[in-house]
Design a protein around this ligand. Sequence first.
Ligand SMILES: [Zn+2]
Length: 93
Amino acid sequence: MIAFTRDGATSDAEYWQNPRAPLTWRRPSAANLEHFPEDIVYATCSSGHTTRAVSSVHTIAADGTMSPSYVCPVAGCVFHDFVRFESWDIAEC
Ligand SMILES: [Zn+2]
């Protein structure tokens, strides 16, 4: 199990325009959900790939544990592990 920490960005622009630290996460904003209603979290793997997790594939428990395991979908990336998003219960956009 790998713990991901919450990204510190205060806006979508800040989040998407800057490099994201490995092993961090962010909740979709209301604006994100207008376009991608299935999104449940954006997460950055240990190799720095930020990808979307969607509700048709994953669930996240109240304590932040994702099910099933997290497989980075970027071609060539080998990140695959069980993940918990720290501070999931108190997160806001
Ligand atoms: Zn990756």
